[in-house]
Design a protein around this ligand. Structure first.
Ligand SMILES: *[C@@H]1O[C@H](CO)[C@@H](O)[C@H](O)[C@H]1NC(C)=O
Ligand SMILES: *[C@@H]1O[C@H](CO)[C@@H](O)[C@H](O)[C@H]1NC(C)=O
Ligand SMILES: *[C@@H]1O[C@H](CO)[C@@H](O)[C@H](O)[C@H]1NC(C)=O
Length: 515
């Protein structure tokens, strides 16, 4: 039946041949502050002894038709630096975006972004919700990236709502006053329907970017999602303390969470090795899980539209969360650290005809890899690897295409994934915590940032060793003990110090051309 309809359609449109060479569309899905706490990641890729079984049927179904990156790491665990890095394919030392204010085109260079690249190759590029960090940090959603006016959902009702850290909205309430992400999902469905005819007739493929705000604080979600997480099943983390021997510079005081009225000034000031009381921890964990299930349902709604429109086999889908989240583990909250929990984030890429049976890789991958991956999967000209100083190079990436992993998920790949996070001490000295995840270890050095030339990791130059962290994931997967000062690890520390200075280029997959 379907074949007949398609045939008739293509005779009518006289585009049978064109459609054979038709370019694939891209649906670019983003969520905010979502750690890989999804059914598809449970077990090996997001081990947790104390979390409930997640209800994420839509993301799990997408994962089962995608390349699931079991271990993808963000380059800096906070919104704008991470998104800017992914969207330009360049690391924070190159974009110079480390906060929520700087705009890469002003402080880094006039770099081509992922949607801009698709626009330059004839795509309709349409963005909505949170893709770039809104406001100044993106020159108001980076207009050059899109072929249409950018869309943001608004709600007078919810913008006036008290700033609680979480809220299970009554069904009658959300019916009357849809939550922002519901408005965004509706807009996404309408946009796909509008762009489908031109995409189907091969007149113009689309790149539609849909950015959900949740599960970012405040955790506002329709109350029906609580039923998947009975109160009695919610557990406290079993490591609600700062790692042994953690240098204080590595600690984040979770001031973001402490700005909400139900937390503010009530439970201390985020000092190292303090956290929230158990009752509050349990509430927040439950609300976070429910918010993830809420976003999962929205993803399902948008993805189902592709099926309804008959575009599922013609559309590449990527999904990612902009970084991880600490939910009371280490006593920490939010992101803003170099810990595994903050830097490890979900990412999956569906390429029809390549990943239909579902492919899972354990290889270390990075968010800067998505730009070359999507270009590769869509058959656009390859995005070249950036030279050492790429400030004047418009189009390049400091990552590599993940397409080879779709065919051989266990092939040799990157030796390490790199992240960083800046921190100021009480004397206003700025440090950069450069962190590296290898197969077995997480290794972090906090370097005096102002002393570092740009680009920072010049071979042969030895920086003064600052505070150092080493976590041995073979024996300490939760990163509870900093073993950097343990003499049993001195050879490991020396080796990882050199590898950190050698940087990401030295850790590329063996068969990738270096510049
Ligand atoms: C930045 O690049 C875009 C195209 O990639 C161009 O239209 C724009 O004029 C450039 N801006 C500056 C300031 O060079
Ligand atoms: C935090 O507290 C735990 C448990 O009391 C202790 O083992 C650990 O050394 C402390 N960490 C720091 C950095 O003070
Ligand atoms: C999409 O592709 C899959 C795998 O090649 C195939 O089984 C399925 O029938 C296709 N669906 C449509 C609607 O063409």
């Amino acid at each position: 039946m379907k074949g007949v309809t398609l045939l008739v359609g293509c005779i009518a449109a006289l585009s049978c041949f064109a459609s054979a060479a038709r370019r694939k569309n891209v649906l670019f899905l983003v969520s905010d502050d979502m750690r890989p706490q999804l059914g598809a990641y449970a077990g090996r890729h997001f081990p947790s002894r104390v979390s409930p079984k997640m209800h994420t049927p839509n993301l799990d179904a997408l994962a089962s038709r995608s390349l699931l990156l079991g271990r993808a790491y963000v380059q800096q665990a906070v919104c704008s630096p991470s998104r800017t890095s992914l969207l330009t394919g360049r690391r924070p030392d190159t974009t110079h975006v480390h906060d929520l204010i700087a705009y890469f085109r002003r402080v880094g260079g006039n770099f081509t972004t992922i949607p801009q690249y698709f626009k330059e190759h004839g795509y309709a590029t349409v963005g909505m919700g949170k893709i770039f960090h809104p406001g100044m940090a993106s020159g108001h959603d980076d207009p050059v990236s899109w072929t249409e006016k950018y869309f943001h959902a608004h709600s007078k009702y919810w913008s006036k709502y008290p700033r609680y850290s979480w809220y299970a909205a009554k069904e009658s309430e959300v019916e009357k006053h849809p939550l922002l992400d519901d408005i965004t999902a509706d807009h996404a469905v309408a946009t796909l329907k509008r762009l489908a005819p031109a995409a189907r007739s091969a007149e113009r493929p689309f790149f539609v970017a849909v950015g959900f705000h949740r599960p970012h604080l405040p955790f506002f979600f329709p109350a029906r999602f609580l039923k998947y997480y009975p109160e009695a099943e919610i557990r406290l983390p079993d490591n609600a303390y700062a790692p042994v021997d953690l240098p204080e510079i590595a600690w984040s005081n979770f001031d973001e969470l402490r700005s909400y009225v139900d937390v503010k000034n009530k439970y201390g000031y985020g000092a190292i090795n303090t956290t929230l009381p158990p009752s509050k921890v349990l509430q927040l964990r439950r609300a976070y899980y429910a918010t993830i299930s809420y976003v999962d349902s929205l993803v399902g709604r948008v993805v189902a539209t592709l099926d309804e429109l008959g575009l599922a086999n013609d559309t590449i889908i990527s999904f990612w969360g902009d970084h991880g989240w600490q939910l009371g583990e280490h006593g920490e909250w939010c992101k803003h650290t170099d810990f595994e929990l903050a830097t490890h984030a979900p990412m999956m890429v569906r390429v029809p005809g390549e990943t239909d049976g579902g492919v899972v890789t354990d290889r270390l991958t990075e968010f800067v890899d998505l730009f070359p991956t999507l270009a590769d999967a869509a058959g656009l000209p390859p995005v070249p690897l950036c030279p050492r100083d790429s400030s004047a190079v418009r189009t390049c990436a400091e990552g590599v295409s993940l397409v080879p992993l779709m065919r051989a998920p266990a092939r040799r790949w990157k030796a390490a994934a790199f992240s960083q996070f800046p921190r100021m001490d009480v004397g206003s000295n700025v440090y950069m915590g450069y962190s590296m995840r290898t197969e077995r270890y997480r290794y972090t050095e906090w370097m005096a940032y102002e002393d570092l030339p740009t680009p920072h990791r010049l071979p042969g130059k030895v920086y003064p060793r600052g505070h150092v962290e080493l976590y041995d994931h073979d024996v300490d997967p939760d990163e509870n003990v900093n073993s950097a000062a343990d003499r049993a690890y001195s050879a490991v520390v020396a080796r990882l110090h050199e590898a950190l200075l050698a940087g990401w280029r030295a850790a590329l997959p063996p068969d990738v051309t270096r510049t």
